[in-house]
Structure formats: structure tokens, C-alpha cells
Ligand binder design. Structure first.
Ligand code: ATP
Ligand code: MG
Length: 334
């Protein structure tokens, strides 16, 4: 089967006050069928933009401005109208950070899920029966009760289960989860993550999982891509990348992994000195050079190419230096 995602030299641009801002730059990304791929990087690096491009749902001032983007063999960059609508209902599904965004406050939960089935050519009776079945799949103990409720009558964790049920109702080839457990307390978060892992194993859906939290990524993903300022800094098998980073940016992120006993808030990636460069402000050299503890003159002058070695990829002139920067962790990552 076709790759779940195949992006080649992908550029995504937002138009802001008459000027173009290149937010994703020359991104190569491949996700194999059935694979779970994690995307990490600090706030503003372009994770959600990438997700929106993949579901054909960029805001009106955003567009794919270069390269190729295919999802399950369908060309998303050029799809319009009916073809784009079909891609959205049949091929990809997205779970947003806040379940509120996906739920209609004025519609009973059962009808909303049933509607996702009806869109895929079922009758309402059939749709409701499937909605019931789907709520069982997401481990809701009393589906009949929940189906009669309005979204605001459910807890955050329940709402997110309903949203996951709706996303999976489409039987998508690619499921995108953008910070799906932010705002849930730790116990509920763990339950929702278990549920996602279980459903993924059962349904064999390919997954793009976006999170700030590296322990969550380590637990949920096979491979990980590290984004920095719209550029792929590094990618590879998740344990390998986090244990033996080949990019100083990854090394500094790994230094921020929460240890046992730390609060969830401490898992946020906040501890790297400096800030993301303004978009488009770095015209030469490595985008991370200004913040990089291992940078040399060459780094500011010459952008490193994406080097591929076995199943790893990295964009750094001095990949061997990343090892010295990352604190060796004895504790397992997940
Ligand atoms: P976070 O972790 O905070 O969710 P992110 O990695 O998802 O961040 P994006 O939301 O993709 O980041 O944003 C990438 C960049 O694009 C940021 O500089 C952001 O300000 C900018 N951006 C996002 N949406 C728009 C928009 N509609 N118009 C213009 N710029 C935008
Ligand atoms: Mg985001």
C-alpha cells in the first residue's frame, strides 16, 4: 500500500498583512502504513501547521506553496472541491487539542457520532447503532446514556473519548492527534493514551502524534521527527533519537524530559535558552545556530544538508557533538 504520508520538499506559507511567511520549509516526511510517527518541537515551530496541511484544512491565509504532499496515495496539495471533501471524510481524521473545537454544543453526542457514519453512506438507524458500538470501543461504560448527553454535560476526558470515537468512525487511513491530552489531568491522560494505543493496534491506522511532551511521544510512537523553526532538525526511531541525539537541538530537548516524581507541567519544553528565530529571518546557515551550544562559524554561514545514515536523518555539521550535550538518562523514557 501507499505510504500514509509522503511529503517532499514541502513548503507551507501564511500570508500576513500582505507578506508571505514561510512556516514549513523544505520538509521531507514519510510515514509508513500502520506506523505511529511523533512530531515534537517547541511552541511555534510549525507542528499544527503541518497537521492542518495534512488534513487539507489550513486557514484561508495559509497554503502549500511548494513541494509535494500525498496522504495514502492522494495528492493533497492540489485537491480541490469534492476531491478535497472526500479526502477529509474518508482518508484523514484529526483530533484537536481541545475537544470543544470538534464537538457541536447544540447536538446530542449520539447524533454527532451517528452523523460521521451517515456521511459515509449509512442510514440514521445504522449510524446510531454504529455510534453505540464506537462508544463501546472507546471504553465508555454506558453508551446509551452518553449518546443522549450534550457535550457540556461530559467531562474533558469523556469529551476527548467521544472525539476519538468520531475520528475513528471514519476508519481513516491516517489519524492525526494534535496534543490530544493537553488539559486533562494525569490519570485521565494516561487512560486516553492507553486507549489510543489500543485502538491503533486494533485498527492498524497510521498515526501522526503531535506533542510537547517527549515521554508521551516515546511511549506512543515508533519514529519521531524533531521540528525547529519549520525545518526538520532530526528524525529516526524514537528511542534511538532520544537516547543518542545527532542534533544539538534534540539534545537540549531531551535534557528537558521530566523525571519520575516531577509534575506534568515540568514536562514542557521550556528550558532551552533563547527563542525561536523570527520566521524567515535566518537567511543563511543553520536555523538553530544562534542558540546552539555547539555552533561554529561555519554553522552561521552554511546550512547543513539533511544527512541520512541508516534509519536516522539529521541536519547538523557536527552531529557527534550532540551526544556530549544530552544528559545520559538511566531511567526509561516512557
Ligand atoms: P504550539 O506548540 O504552540 O501549538 P506549533 O508548533 O503548533 O505551536 P503552529 O501553530 O504551526 O506552531 O505555528 C507556526 C508558526 O505559524 C507560528 O509562528 C505561528 O505564529 C504562525 N501561524 C500559525 N497560524 C497562523 C495563521 N493563521 N496566520 C499567520 N501565522 C500563523
Ligand atoms: Mg500547535
Amino acid at each position: 500500500p501507499a505510504a500514509a504520508v509522503q511529503a517532499e520538499q514541502l513548503d507551507v506559507t501564511y500570508r500576513v498583512r500582505g507578506r508571505d511567511r514561510l512556516v514549513i520549509r523544505g520538509l521531507d516526511l514519510a510515514i509508513a502504513p500502520g506506523e505511529s510517527y511523533g512530531l515534537v518541537g517547541e511552541s511555534g515551530c510549525g507542528k499544527s501547521t503541518m497537521a492542518l496541511a495534512l488534513v487539507g484544512a489550513l486557514p484561508s491565509n495559509g497554503r502549500v506553496s511548494g513541494g509535494r504532499l500525498e496522504v495514502a496515495g492522494h495528492d493533497l496539495a492540489s485537491a480541490r472541491g469534492e476531491a478535497l471533501r472526500r479526502l477529509r471524510t474518508d482518508v484523514v481524521a484529526m483530533v484537536y487539542q481541545s475537544p470543544g473545537r470538534a464537538l457541536n454544543p447544540t447536538m446530542r453526542v449520539g447524533d454527532q457520532i451517528a452523523e460521521s457514519f451517515v456521511v459515509k453512506s449509512a442510514s440514521w438507524d445504522e449510524g446510531r447503532a454504529q455510534a453505540h458500538e464506537m462508544l463501546r470501543k472507546v471504553k465508555i461504560a454506558d453508551p446509551d446514556l452518553v449518546m443522549r448527553r450534550y457535550p457540556h454535560e461530559l467531562s474533558g476526558g469523556m469529551q476527548q473519548r467521544v472525539v476519538i470515537a468520531m475520528a475513528l468512525a471514519k476508519r481513516p487511513e491516517l489519524l492525526i492527534l494534535d496534543e490530544p491530552t493537553t488539559g486533562l489531568d494525569a490519570t485521565v491522560e494516561a487512560e486516553v493514551l492507553d486507549l489510543i494505543a489500543e485502538l491503533r493496534a486494533e485498527m492498524r491506522t497510521s498515526v501522526l502524534f503531535i506533542s510537547h511532551n517527549l515521554s508521551v511521544i516515546a511511549r506512543m510512537c515508533d519514529r519521531v521527527g524533531v521540528l525547529y523553526a519549520g525545518r526538520l532538525a532530526e528524525e529516526g526511531p524514537v528511542d534511538d533519537v532520544f537516547r543518542r541525539p545527532r542534533h544539538p537541538y534534540t539534545a537540549s530537548l531531551v535534557g528537558c524530559i521530566p523525571r519520575a516524581g516531577m509534575s506534568k507541567e515540568d514536562g514542557r519544553l521550556v528550558a532551552i535558552p533563547g527563542a525561536l528565530p523570527a520566521l524567515g529571518s535566518v537567511e543563511r546557515g543553520c536555523v538553530f545556530a544562534a542558540r546552539c551550544p555547539a555552533a561554529e562559524e561555519r554553522c552561521a554561514a552554511e546550512e547543513p544538508p539533511l544527512t541520512r545514515e541508516d534509519d536516522r536523518g539529521f541536519r547538523c555539521h557536527y552531529p557527534e557533538r550532540a551526544g556530549a550535550l544530552s544528559r545520559p538518562t538511566e531511567a526509561p523514557l516512557a
